[in-house]
Each structure stands twice: as C-alpha cells, then as structure tokens.
Design a protein around this ligand. Structure first.
Ligand code: NAG
Ligand code: NAG
Ligand code: NAG
Ligand code: NAG
Ligand code: NAG
Ligand code: NAG
Length: 646
C-alpha cells in the first residue's frame, strides 16, 4: 500500500524517481546487511594458557589460580539477552490498608484498550479463590467470590490477614484476560516501636540472598551495580569459596543442616531415618533461629527445581513462618505460561517467576524491618529462573539485587543484619561451560558477606578472621557454622574466639569468625576432587589409550546409573574432547579430568578419576550442555541429566 502511493508520487516527476530509487536501494541495503553479517559466525577466541598471574588462594595445601572475569572468551559470551515478555495484562494489585486487604484495579483505560481491546472496565468479570498450603505439592481451597470493577469502584475487599488468592478475569464470551496468584502479608497493627540504641542490640538478623548458578567470576563481570553499592559498606568477598556438590541440593543442604547429603540420607540421618518421607526431622538452621525467637522466612522462585522438592518429598509441616511454596505451587498448576521469546522463562500474569520472588521480598521488607530491631529474623531467598539457563542474565539480575540491597539500606535493615549474597555453583550448562574457564568457574560460586559497621567494633577479632578467610578455601559447611555463631553472638567475643582458636582442628566445618586452618586441603574440607579448584590444570593429550579408557569407564558408570530406568537409552562414547592432569600437593591425590561426548544425543560430560586408578570416580559425572528435550521421559528423576529418551 505504502509503496503504491510512493509509485504514484514517482510518476509525477522524473527527478523524484532517481531519489526514490536511491532511498529504496539504501533501505534494501540496510535491510539485508544485518542477516548477511550474522551468517558469518564469529569464531570464539582461542583460550590462552592460564597465566600464573596470581592466586585467589595461596596456602600450603591449596593454590587456586586466578582467572580474568573479562577474559576474551568470557567477553565473547557476554551478548545481549534475547528480549522476552509476559504478554498478559496486569489488571490488579493486592494492597493492605489499615488491617484490611483490597484488590485494586491497576490497569488504566489506555492499557485496557491496547492490551485486551476493552473500552469499559465493567465488561470484565473476575473471580478469586482463596487457598492455603496442604503440603509442599498441593493446596487446599477455601472460599471463592465473583466480582467486577467499575468506573466508580476501582477495588474490591477480600478477607483480612495473611492470605493468598488465585484471581482470574474474563470477558463476556469467556475469553480469559487475566490469571495470577497474589499474596497479602499485612503488617500486624502494632504501635511503631523506636529503634533500639546500637549498644543494646542483642541479636543480628540473617538474610541470605541466594542466586543460582552465579560463579564468583560471573559476579565480578556482571554485578557492577551491586559491587559499586557494596564499596560503601563493610563486606567481605570470599575468593576461595568452592562448591562441594553438583547442583543446588548438595550445596544448600550442608549450609542448612551442617551435614552432607550422604549423612542426611544414611539410615542414621534425619532424612534416611524418616524413610525419606520428608525433611521434617532434619534440624535445619531456621529451627535454630526460631528457637532463639527469630521470625523465619524461606522462598524460592522455582516450583519444579525446588531445593527440597526437586525429585524430593519436601516438608510435611510448614518449615518457616513465611513460606512461598504454596504460591509457587498454585502458579505452577494454574497460571504459568511460557514467555514470548526464549523458552526457559516462565510467567504468571504479567510477571516472570523471579519477580514473584522479588514481590515476596518487597512485601516482607516491613516485617524484616520490624523484626531486625526486635527479636530478629532469618530469611533465605533463592532465585533460579533466568540465571540458571542464560549466561547473559547476570546483567539484569545485578540491577534487581542492587534495588533490593538499596531498599534494605533505606529501611535500615542492613544496620542489624548479616546479608550473604551467595550462589551454589557457577553456570552448569551451555557453550561457556564447555570452555576451560567455564569449567573452572562452575566450581567457584559467589559468596559475599555484608555486615553492619558495629559488628567489627564489638567483635574485632571475629571480623578480622572473616577478612583473612577471604583468601582461604571455604565451603558451605563453614557458612553453616558461621550462622550458628550468629544465633548466639557471645560465641564471637574476643575472649571466646581466642579460646576457640586454641582448640581449633583441621575440620571441614569451621566458623568463618575463626581462622580457617592454613593447612586445609580439598580432602580435609570434604570437597570431592572433581570440584576441587586447588590444583593446577595441565592439559594432556586426549588421544592416548589411558585417557580413552577413563572415558570408557565414565560412560559405563553413567550406563550403570541408567540401568534401572528402562526409558533411557544406554550411551556410547563418541569422542574425548579434552583431558587435564590435576596436580595435588599430595601425590596420591593426583587426578585426571576428561571431557567427553556421548551418543545418542551428543551429551557433553566431565568426569574425574585418580590418575593412579582409572576406575575411581571422584565425585559425580557432570553434564555441560543443555539436555532439556532429550530427557523428557525422565523429568525430575535423579538421572535426568544423563537420560536420552529414544
Ligand atoms: C604464595 O605463597 C608463597 C609462600 O608464602 C610465596 O612464596 C609465593 O610467592 C606466593 N605466590 C603468589 C603467586 O603470590
Ligand atoms: C481508585 O479511585 C480513587 C477515586 O476514584 C482514586 O483516588 C484512587 O487513586 C484510585 N486508586 C487506584 C489504585 O487506582
Ligand atoms: C502473618 O504471618 C506471620 C508469620 O506466620 C504472623 O507472625 C502474623 O501474625 C500473621 N499476621 C496475621 C495478620 O495473621
Ligand atoms: C577459655 O577456656 C578455658 C579452658 O577451656 C576456660 O576455663 C575459660 O572459661 C574459657 N574462657 C572463656 C571466656 O570462655
Ligand atoms: C562439625 O562436624 C562434626 C561432624 O559432622 C560435628 O560433630 C561437629 O559438631 C561440627 N561442628 C564443629 C564446630 O566442629
Ligand atoms: C580403584 O578404585 C575403585 C573405586 O574406588 C576401587 O573399587 C578399586 O579397588 C581401586 N583399584 C585399585 C587397584 O586400587
């Protein structure tokens, strides 16, 4: 149409023809330039040898060789995140006022017309259903109600108190235009108590901001807003924080329980002794804080990948005072849909999942503020969505956590709280992980401790130790002990620290307020050698027979795991891509890591064995490429990452 008009115009004068032709030509050129360029794939830069530039950790038993967060290979992967959006309209918001709860209309007339072509709000009918948690997988439904907004009434009142609702709206002929799960966390109506003087503070609250799959280097390269913000505050960044297990579960369980997954699942362990029916018998950190009078909070943004619920039974009783699980369940079962754009991003209403988590955090801020000046709170938040799957997601995640930290500062929560910004491991899947640096980064997650200024005045020795430990090999076992010290701050007075230091042995679990033993090794820290970053990596020829044997053994080990799952195909070795000799201080612990590819499915795996014994796996065999569709027949099975469904 536009072109036709243009042509008519063109007939009028000859000169214009030339002009228009030139313009058209330029437009076409513009149009074709981009695809042509993107067809020529830019080759990733070759990785240089690791320079002995410096060491993140330099102790007698552990030298972690430094990496450059902005190395050429990392920069190559720092592309833009594909654009995504949740297309549903945001029709209403939950608000609490004066002890009562209301659903407020949030869309104006323009939005209504643009998004759903509605001119009058009264054309829309809505309903809500109240639900409460039944267990970690199901909800119980209570009353429901139908309502409408109108020009004169932009709200509707719902039941008061802490409530959760699923709300949906439709047009006359039944078209669903809104579907989301909303929560109310009203503040108890108490007169505002004056903040206690600093000297009289007894307790320190704890806030864990957990973000899945953020390696320390990833934090360094993407979290610039957060880092700038923290520059003004006392904080300690740990350079020798090493993962102890493959994914979130084996890294978070030691943090919360102080025990390894094997210990928990043993017949004498809290989970094993309970026939693995649920985690109720496990004594987790929040129980300790609860007993000390703290309010407890736990929220994760993922339903499928939940820490206690991915291929696990979860809790029978609600584990913490505030618990997001029932909301995520309700979303998962009723309101979730895949975002427009990349396929690993899931929405509810107009929000992606991690914004549901942020909403939970922001709604809890007044509670946290009140509690941290009173009897304290313990909170664990965990984000998985986005960061788990996309390298580039770090950029916007930085912004979100910067905003959260700023809100915490404004509400003076930082003055009474130990904040741990931490992760469980680095990115585990995708092209970057197949690079040498990507492989190393996976085992060195982020861990930053942010504390109030008064802490170092009152506990100079403990905080000095924490600072020294920034350059020691540490794990989640140590974080567990650290947080146990926070429950009772008397533990970290100078006298006590001196006393405890004298009695200190080379255990795997040492509070970060004590000096981590200089002689700690991966072995004494209980880090499986496959994840150990203490040794140098020497590239060795991958095509020699002994390496091939190791690779064969690794594939056979996977096949053994797959045997009970008849739906999964047995794998075969396609090729070995790389092999590394990892020199340990103790020669008996020298290991070899092979990076191999299997078929069918082109699965990429890493396996580590002792160099003395090529059938002694040191930790799990890890996968480094995406497997999602391949393993549809083994969703949420423990062998999901290995399974190829025919
Ligand atoms: C590591 O520590 C040793 C002994 O203290 C020292 O000689 C060496 O120079 C240090 N290495 C680096 C790279 O700092
Ligand atoms: C609801 O309507 C009232 C009066 O019409 C207005 O003052 C108020 O700002 C509206 N609230 C919201 C959340 O739109
Ligand atoms: C909301 O839940 C918290 C934590 O369980 C509780 O302390 C508070 O009293 C509840 N508020 C209301 C209004 O029920
Ligand atoms: C330090 O330890 C000694 C011996 O174990 C004990 O007698 C003393 O009370 C301890 N001091 C403190 C402050 O805990
Ligand atoms: C460390 O772990 C051991 C064994 O799991 C346990 O007995 C001990 O209480 C833990 N804590 C400390 C501070 O050693
Ligand atoms: C090699 O390691 C495996 C598994 O740990 C063990 O069963 C086997 O006995 C070891 N072989 C030798 C020769 O040490």
């Amino acid at each position: 149409m536009g072109y036709n008009l243009l042509l008519i115009e063109v007939k009028k004068t000859g000169l214009n023809i030339v002009l228009v032709c030139i313009i058209l030509f330029l437009l076409l050129l513009q149009h074709y330039r981009e695809p042509v360029e993107s067809k020529e794939e830019i080759q990733p830069p070759l990785e240089g040898k690791q320079e002995k530039r410096g060491l993140f950790v330099n102790t007698s038993q552990c030298q972690i060789i430094s990496m450059d967060p902005l190395s050429p290979i990392a920069m190559y992967h720092m592309t833009h995140m594909p654009i995504y959006w949740c297309y549903m309209i945001r029709l209403m918001v939950p608000k609490s006022k004066g002890g009562r709860n209301y659903l407020y209309l949030a869309a104006n007339r323009r939005k209504l017309w643009e998004k759903i072509e509605v001119r009058r709000i009264s054309e829309i009918s809505c309903a809500y259903k109240r639900f409460v948690r039944k267990n970690d997988f199901d909800n119980k439904y209570l009353e429901s109600n139908v309502f409408r907004f109108s020009r004169w009434r932009n709200f509707t009142e719902v039941k008061s108190g802490n409530i959760t609702l699923r709300v949906w709206c439709w047009l006359d002929y039944g078209r669903l235009v809104y579907h989301d799960v909303l929560m109310f966390l009203p503040m108890p109506e108490t007169p505002k108590s004056k903040p206690a003087k600093l000297e009289t503070v007894k307790g320190l609250s704890v806030l864990i901001l957990g973000i899945d799959s953020i390696s320390h280097m990833h934090y360094q390269r993407y979290f610039t807003r957060v880092m700038d913000f923290l520059d003004r505050l006392p904080h300690t960044e740990l350079w020798g924080y090493n993962r102890v297990g493959e994914n979130s579960y084996p890294n978070l369980m030691p943090l919360l329980s102080g025990q390894s997954v094997d210990e928990l699942e043993a017949l004498s362990g809290c989970f094993g002794a309970n026939q693995m029916a649920n985690y109720d018998r496990c004594h987790l950190l929040w129980h300790e804080f609860k007993a000390a009078g703290y309010a407890t909070i736990f929220g994760e943004d993922s339903r499928v990948g939940g820490t206690f619920t991915y291929a696990k039974p979860g809790f029978k009783r609600r584990p913490t005072d505030f618990y997001l699980r029932s909301v995520m369940n309700e979303i998962h079962k009723n309101t979730k849909y895949v975002a427009r754009g990349p396929d690993e991003i899931t929405c509810s209403g107009d929000r992606v999942y991690h914004h549901v988590l942020y909403d939970f955090i922001y709604r809890l801020l007044p509670h946290m503020q009140a509690r941290c000046f009173d009897s304290g709170f313990f909170a664990l938040f965990w984000q998985t969505m986005g960061v788990h799957d996309y390298f580039q997601y770090g950029e916007q995640t930085d912004l979100q956590y910067y905003l959260i930290l700023r809100a915490l500062e404004r509400r003076k929560i930082l003055e009474r709280t130990l904040v741990l910004l931490l992760s469980d491991h680095g990115l585990r899947f995708g092209p970057f992980v197949k690079t040498f640096q990507g492989m190393r980064e996976t085992s060195l997650p982020t861990m930053v401790a942010i504390y109030p200024r008064w802490l170092e005045h009152r506990f100079p020795l403990a905080v000095a130790n924490l600072r020294t430990n920034a350059k020691r090999l540490v794990t989640t076992y140590d974080i567990h002990e650290t947080l146990k010290d926070v429950v009772n701050l008397e533990n970290i007075g100078d006298e006590r620290i001196r006393n405890r230091t004298l009695r200190l042995r080379n255990n795997h679990n040492v509070s970060l307020f004590l000096p981590i033993p200089e002689e700690r090794s991966c072995f004494s820290a209980r880090i499986p050698l496959h994840f150990c970053e203490c040794d140098g990596f020497i590239k060795i020829p991958w095509n020699i027979r002994s390496i091939h044997r190791i690779a064969q053994f690794a594939v056979a080990s996977i096949n053994k795991l797959l045997l009970p799952y008849k739906q999964c195909q047995q794998l075969e070795l396609l090729k070995v891509e790389d092999a590394y000799l990892r020199k340990q201080q103790e020669v008996i612990l020298e290991t070899i890591t092979v990076r191999l590819v299997t078929e069918p499915g082109n699965g990429h795996f890493d396996a580590t064995v002792l160099s003395k014994n090529d059938s002694s796996l040191q930790g799990a065999i890890t996968r480094t490429d995406r497997y999602r569709e391949q393993s549809f027949c083994a969703r949420e099975e423990p062998i999901e990452i290995y399974c190829y469904c025919p």
